[in-house]
Design a protein around this ligand. Structure first.
Ligand SMILES: *Cc1c(COP(=O)(O)O)cnc(C)c1O
Length: 359
């Protein structure tokens, strides 16, 4: 029986993050981390951190990081907001901007944190279905709504929507806030950031967790017109002024400044992704053409669940979602070339044995 005191407890179904195993010899391709370290300048900045950075509260306005972002993107600093990973930035944005009685809209297949935040904050929502090829159907976002959010590239499909199409959604929804979650955009194409000067209702969110190899530091940011940024800061300061550690601020700024290293890192990863696509195709996999650092792949004859289990036995971790429309797929993060070779060799052998078994 429910205790009296339980009646007034807020109960939520939490988001399930990918597991974080730590075994020797494992190949971790399950949570879209970058296989390469961040710029050596990040370690240098860590070594140079002063005692004051530990003893004193961090700068609540995150100015070293905001300055580095403003310089890198050639934009005014008033257009930037930073937080503890983009999850923190997105959660604040939900609270700040999605405050209507009308439902917010996001795709049925997308980042599974969105419905969790909507439930937590009591925001009504609807989830228009992606089409057969996992594309966002633009006209589904032309009805009355309380706001819109979608990732570009989308997760877990990896599909990147052209900027002109993103702009069309933003343009047709100028009475609400449209959030574009660009966790993977650095691997794909141009960012919607360039649209924020023209559309006051657009907020673009990015993260250091994927392309910038710093998931452990928890750094995310938003770009939007200064009025949106002010509203976000008002909510943040009403909640916790010191969300980001001084370490995250300093190391994030150091990472931002080494552009050459970052671009080399991205090029290497994209080359590995394109090669992996070719090899997976040759093995009988099909997948949406990913612009992200993962491939969402389904095999013509092998069960995704059985493959997932077999890979796990071999300590190769990928992500499997046991949900309608997703259960025939594996989401495979792009690792180093050596990691992908090990994965591909295992898959080739597995598929060969399956063929013999089915004869
Ligand atoms: C990884 C991811 C995030 C969150 O990343 P943080 O580590 O919190 O910055 C947000 N959105 C999407 C679509 C993601 O895949």
């Amino acid at each position: 029986m429910m205790k009296k005191w339980e009646e007034n407890i807020r109960r939520v179904v939490p988001y399930t993050p990918g597991e974080q195993p730590n075994e020797s010899g494992m190949i971790k391709l399950n949570t879209n981390e970058n296989p390469y370290p961040p710029s050596p300048d990040v370690r240098r900045a860590l070594e140079e951190m002063e005692e004051e950075s530990f003893r004193l509260y961090p700068d609540p306005s995150a100015s070293v990081l905001v300055d580095a972002l403003a310089e890198y993107y050639h934009r005014p600093r008033e257009q930037f907001f930073t937080g503890v990973g983009s999850d923190d930035v997105l959660a604040m944005a939900f609270q700040t901007f999605f405050n209507s009685d009308k439902p917010i809209l996001f795709p049925d297949i997308t980042y599974s944190f969105y419905p969790v935040w909507a439930e937590l904050f009591g925001i009504p929502y609807e989830q228009p279905a992606l089409d057969e090829e996992f594309r966002i159907v633009k006209k589904d976002y032309e009805r009355e709504n309380g706001g819109i959010i979608f990732p570009n590239p989308n997760a877990p499909t990896g599909l990147y929507m052209k900027l002109a199409e993103v702009e069309e959604i933003v343009r047709k929804n100028q009475d609400v806030i449209v959030i574009v979650d660009e966790a993977y955009v650095d691997f794909a194409g141009p960012s919607a950031m360039e649209l924020v000067d023209r559309y006051e209702n657009l907020l673009v969110v990015q993260t250091f967790s994927k392309s910038r190899s710093m998931a452990g530091m928890r750094i995310g940011f938003a770009v939007g017109n200064p009025v949106l940024i002010k509203y976000l800061n008002d909510v943040k300061y009403s909640f916790n002024s010191y969300t980001m550690s001084q370490a995250a601020l300093s190391l994030g700024a150091a990472a931002m400044k080494d552009q050459a290293y970052f671009q080399k890192n991205i090029r290497k990863l994209v080359a590995t992704r394109e090669r992996t696509k070719k090899e997976l195709k040759a093995l009988g996999f099909r997948f949406p053409d990913s612009g992200a650092n993962f491939i969402f792949a389904s095999h013509e004859s092998c069960s995704a669940r059985e493959l997932f289990e077999a890979l796990r036995e071999r300590k190769i971790y990928v992500r499997y979602f046991d949900a309608p429309r997703l259960r025939d797929y594996l989401r495979i993060t792009i690792g180093t070339d050596e990691e992908m070779d090990a994965l591909l060799a295992f898959l080739q052998e597995y598929i060969r044995k399956e063929r013999i078994r089915k004869l």
